[in-house]
Each structure stands twice: as structure tokens, then as C-alpha cells.
Design a protein around this ligand. Sequence first.
Ligand code: UDP
Length: 266
Amino acid sequence: MQFQRKIFPMSPRKPIYEGKAKQLFEGPEPGTLIQHFKDDATAFNNVKKGTISGKGVLNNRISEFLMLRLQEIGIPTHFIRSLNMREQLVKAVQIIPIEVLVRNVAAGSLCKRFGLEEGKPLGQPLIEYTYKKDALGDPFISEEHAFAFGWATPQEIDEIRMYAFRINDYLSGLFMGVGIRLVDFKLEFGRLFENEREHIVLADEISPDNCRLWDFKTGYKLDKDRFRQDLGEIEDAYREVARRLGVMPQESDSNIIPVAKETKKK
Ligand code: UDP
């Protein structure tokens, strides 16, 4: 009798959560999740929707690179390892429902709220917090809201603030080294229960989706503002960030965007 190879159908992975740019699936071991990066992009609290072809692959690589560098300087993160082009294995954490915005230069909503000119350097790095709730449009909150509503304790916020400033210092220097100004970015943190203790760890992703990154010399935007503001060359901007960080899926030596010839575009 001829040997027949049994084909086992792949069991469907259990989806845990679907966000705007990422999906989470149950991981292979308890306490792990698979974070899948999509090409979907949204802006203005879901009002503008689109796809940026190849974005998921680039953000997966960029975020992996930055999370590993941060781990090297002692920032605890949820990142475990990359699985494939679009997926990474992460530790399952309890996400704190606060978005931590760190700013070095005035841009985006800060300009609108305070009537500032885009591009004005701030006297010192500024941390702001929003409540992570799409239905309410992520309203700005103070630390006191976090305590009063029980979203985080004063000790947790102290730790988050300390990590956020360290991350800003480190990433500002890292990006400066590749000719990019780190204008602002958003972080999310989670609680991890390990060794009978609760730890605060950096979660989510760090990529051109949630950072403002400008070419140092020209001010050319290399981030999601190209999508928000219909500036074009969106995919190329993300690829240029990956190329400068040395994490392009296919190695490339030359600039993807001829940013050098750009005039300061704001
Ligand atoms: N940001 C983000 N997700 C949000 C809100 C902000 O990733 O839901 C990032 C944004 O990309 C920028 C920084 O946080 O790098 C500061 O955002 P701002 O408040 O200026 O947001 P805007 O209103 O311009 O989106």
C-alpha cells in the first residue's frame, strides 16, 4: 500500500484584538502574543483611512530594531523576537490605557492647541498624556486623571515618566546619528506580572506611524504626516527610515528619497 502523507490543516490562530494598524493573536506559549503589522493606516481618529503598501513589513523591522536597542540600555519592553516579515512575538501585558506623548519640537496637535508655529524647538522635552479611548477621541489628561480614575498609580506614572525621558534622550541621539530629527512620538506601557512582581514595560510599537521624524537638513517629513497631510511618497519615506537605520528588508545604499534636494517642506 502506498504511503499517504497525512495533511494536518493549520489550526486557525486565535485573534485576541484587532487595532487600526496591528492585530494580536494568541502566542505559542502562555503569556505570549503574536503582534501582526498591517498595511492599513488611519488618521484623525479613524476619519481618514487608507493603506500604505509594505508599511507593515517596514514597521515590524523598525520597531524590532528600536525595541532591541532600548532593551540594551535597560528599558524593559514586551518584545521577545521577530517571527517573520510582518510578525513578532511579544509578552502579553496589561496595557495601561494612557498614551504618552513626548515632544522635542512643536508639531501636530501641540501647534493647534497653543497656536505655535510648526518646527519651533521646545525649551525642554515635554510629556503629555491622553486617555486611550477612540470613542472619546483620545482626550488629553493630566496625571491626576490617571490617579482619580484608577488607570495608573503615582508610582507607575513616576516610572513611566522616567522611562519616557530616557527613551527620548536615547532615540533622539540614535536618530540624529542617521540625520533624522525626532520631533515627537507616542509610547504605550503595560503591566507585566513576572517573578511575583508587577513591572512596567514598554509595549506597542515605535515606528514612523507613531513618531514624527524629519530629515535633519531639509525638514523633509519621513513619517505618517505624509499620509495625514497628503504629501505623497509615503511608502518611500518609511523605506528611507528603515534604510537609514540599516534594517531595510533588501539592502540599499542610496537614498530612497532625494531628501537633499528638498526645500524645507512644512
Ligand atoms: N500619536 C500616535 N497616536 C495617537 C496620537 C498621537 O501615534 O493616537 C503620535 C503622533 O504620530 C505624533 C505624536 O504622537 O508623533 C504627537 O501627536 P499629536 O498629539 O501631535 O497628534 P496629531 O493630533 O497630530 O495626530
